[in-house]
Write a protein that binds this ligand. Structure first.
Ligand code: GDP
Length: 323
């Protein structure tokens, strides 16, 4: 009998890659999708025949209980959240509803309807906020500095508490920023690779960015979702940092992306204070020793390979749409 997995956040970057991975591994995949008047299924249209879409909402406890009771998943991956940090300042309560309380509802539903399911919670490096050590490990104190990070910290600790109190199998992956051609254009990595491709094709002639000195630990999304799956294949639940283990600046990213299209970035890039963050986290970089040692995971794509494959993707996509 094939294993069954339920994914929340199926229509996002990670959800779509995870669904692909699980299908290859022979799973029956259920995807929790919110009813919406506009379709947001573009990242999964190629999978639509293979996945069972189930309607439910992290804001609605009974819908989650119904979905879990009916689908009886062996593994549940909670990848849904309101994940855009600036929006978490303008909609802090809604961010908490989805990203924090949504996880409470999900854990309660698992406890009542499928207590032997394995649960993966997508924690985020934003829980560290302004960390007092670098690189961060699984033992670094959480000091979130925005409503999204606060909500993720709550969700993380609720997952740990349900593991301790109810003996549920819950594992939290603390992912750092991870990128792919499916990343939204509002995030700086894709914004830059997309703009480099646009400029190369003559579709744009400038790129406005915020803080060029900001540094991030960027990992490839396909590598990250492989780590999520691998975590749930272990006998015991545990929490792990999922990261590349190195940082690069926005400036290095711009240089690398423009090199890929043989252009000089200084001719096109300008700094616009509108894109500056009020509270920039410092030194966010993950230590991946624990996940490497315990379960043998490490990233398969370098920073340069990620930039190159994303620029190539955007060049192809934009060239096709021009024709
Ligand atoms: P996240 O902060 O990790 O969720 O991801 P982003 O991709 O939105 O931001 C990554 C970093 O790039 C942050 O430190 C931003 O301050 C910096 N950054 C610099 N210019 C920009 C920009 O134009 N847009 C965004 N989104 N971030 C920028």
């Amino acid at each position: 009998m094939s294993k069954k997995a339920l994914i929340t956040g199926l229509t996002g970057q990670d959800g779509s890659y995870l669904a692909e991975l699980l299908l290859v591994k022979g799973y029956q995949v259920f995807g929790l999708v919110r009813r919406s008047s506009t379709s947001n299924l573009e990242r999964i249209t190629h999978l639509s025949g293979d996945i069972q879409i189930v309607a439910g909402d992290l804001l609605d406890q009974s819908s989650l209980m119904d979905v879990i009771a009916e689908s009886q998943p062996d593994e549940i991956y909670n990848l849904a959240s309101q994940s855009y940090v600036p929006l978490s300042w303008t909609q802090p309560a809604l961010t908490a509803e989805y990203t924090a309380l949504g996880v409470s509802r999900l854990l309660e539903s698992i406890r009542r309807c499928k207590p032997d399911a394995k649960f993966y919670q997508a924690s985020s490096s934003e829980v560290f906020g302004q960390p007092d050590e670098s690189p961060q490990t699984e033992r670094t104190a959480f000091r979130p500095r925005n409503p999204y990070g606060v909500a993720k910290a709550y969700a993380h600790w609720m997952s740990v508490n349900y593991r301790q109190k109810y003996k549920l199998y819950t594992s939290c992956g603390i992912t750092y920023t991870h990128e792919s051609p499916r990343r939204g254009i509002e995030f700086v990595f894709r914004k830059i690779t997309h703009a480099a491709a646009q400029i190369k094709l003559g579709l744009a002639n400038e790129l406005k960015l915020g803080n060029l000195e900001a540094r991030r630990d960027w990992c490839y999304a396909k590598d990250a979702v492989y780590a999520m799956w691998l975590m749930l294949q272990q006998d015991q639940p545990n929490d792990y940092i999922i990261a590349s283990g190195e940082t690069h600046s926005v400036k290095e990213l711009v240089e690398c992306a423009f090199n890929c299209v043989s252009l000089n970035w200084q001719d096109y890039v300008s700094v616009d204070p509108a894109f500056y963050r009020p509270d920039e986290p410092v030194q966010l970089v993950g230590c991946i020793d624990k996940i490497k040692t315990d379960i043998g995971w490490q990233p398969q794509h370098s920073f340069e390979q990620m930039v190159e494959l994303m620029v190539d993707y955007d060049l192809k996509k934009l060239s096709n749409s021009v024709i």
